[in-house]
Design a protein around this ligand. Structure first.
Ligand SMILES: C[C@@H](NC(=O)[C@@H](C)NC(=O)CCCC[C@H](NC(=O)C[NH3+])C(=O)[O-])C(=O)O
Length: 351
């Protein structure tokens, strides 16, 4: 079936809008039946003035949650974890409610509070307080458990990083291996993602990379270079480093069934609405966006200090888009960057 060609001028306009709204630079990489198309804007380094470069690595934030979800769902496929079992069956006594299941974690319906709301209530002080800290999973979970639950288990979607911290704990308990090794064995090596890594708690982005710039809360205050940090406050919820090509490869391989059984991929892409607009949905560690042209794209977004990311693909894996702007704490830049999805997957608007 013919699909619309990507509107790369529209993609370029979205990158430019991200810059107008405070990003030093932005980039997008589309793969489709007619091959690969890239667009870049601005700089990856404000000091050197080096231009944004689609070969540059960056922090993908919560797109990491899809990596963690794939590993856990492979363990479900292997019969080592049951989706509807209580988390406490695998981690006895960990959670204060036996009704919280593995599936509740992957669908953000556990009710576990998101500790980052308080942690980053003041953006730059919060970031400076943790950028060189190393947390244990238990410390992060304790921060969540020190706050009230946000919903009865299973009742409502309430996004929380704590869910994917517990996913990391489940992966390490079940496999006896660190999360980073499981990403390597199950995703990075098989898909040859040469620019994807999990280096926690190292603070560097090695090789050619973009620097990230954090907007302070105070209007007019200078940008903060937030490139080096442990991301220990997120770990299996947000600490993966990648680049546009690897994210295209990952999302298309996932949609083409190279990582999970057909039944598990169907479970992963079975979604429920996350807002009243009925255009945003969540499955198992995976978002679905319904675009205005009727296209439905699956993937994840990411927000980590200095980097906004979108990484999405069509359900058949024939088309994918990854986009990044090297700023954060500036919602208008994130929304502008999101405009790359409509342009790439819906093509030129009819005149
Ligand atoms: C939303 C996004 N989630 C993620 O990527 C996770 C890893 N990031 C967060 O929870 C945001 C942490 C604060 C960012 C900071 N904001 C503040 O400090 C606000 N005071 C910033 O913008 O850099 C997703 O799932 O798409």
């Amino acid at each position: 079936t013919p699909v619309p060609a990507p509107d790369m001028e529209g993609v370029a306009a979205a990158l430019s809008a991200a810059m107008t709204n405070g990003a030093p630079g932005a980039m997008a990489r589309f793969t489709g039946p007619d091959g690969v198309q890239v667009r870049t804007a601005g700089v990856r380094d404000r000091v050197s003035g080096a231009a944004m470069d689609t070969r540059a690595r960056f922090r993908i934030g919560s797109v990491s949650k899809t990596f963690s979800s794939v590993v856990l769902l492979q363990l479900v496929d292997e019969g080592r974890v049951e989706l509807d079992a209580p988390v406490n069956r695998y981690l006895p006594g960990l959670l204060p409610d036996d009704r919280i299941t593995v599936r509740h974690l992957l669908t953000h319906r556990s009710g576990l509070a998101d500790y980052t709301d308080k942690m980053f209530a003041q953006t730059v002080p919060g970031f400076e307080a943790v950028r060189n800290r190393v947390f244990s999973y238990q410390e992060l979970l304790d921060l969540s458990l020190s706050e009230p639950r946000t919903t009865e288990p299973g009742v409502a979607y309430k996004y929380s990083n704590a869910n994917f911290v517990v996913v990391g704990m489940l992966i390490e308990k079940t496999t006896g291996k660190k999360v980073g090794l499981e990403y390597e064995r199950r995703i990075i090596k098989p898909l040859k993602l040469r620019n994807t890594s999990y280096v926690h708690p190292d603070t560097r982005i090695k090789g050619l990379h973009a620097r990230g710039y954090l907007h302070p809360d105070e209007a007019g205050a200078p940008l903060v270079d937030s490139t080096e940090q442990t991301v220990s406050w997120a770990q299996s919820a947000g600490a993966v480093i990648s680049d546009p090509a690897d994210l295209n490869t990952f999302m298309t391989a996932l949609m083409r069934g190279r990582l999970l059984s057909p039944a598990m991929l169907d479970a992963m892409t079975t979604v429920t609405p996350t807002d009243a607009t009925n255009t945003r949905f969540y499955g198992l560690g995976l978002r679905r966006y319904n675009l205005t042209c009727g296209a439905q794209v699956f993937g994840h977004t990411g927000t980590v200090q200095g980097f906004y990311t979108y990484a999405f693909a069509t359900r058949d894996g024939r088309r994918s888009l990854s986009a990044m702007a090297n700023t954060s704490n500036r919602g208008a830049a994130n929304t502008a960057l999101g405009g790359t999805l409509e342009a790439a997957f819906c093509g030129k608007k009819p005149a």
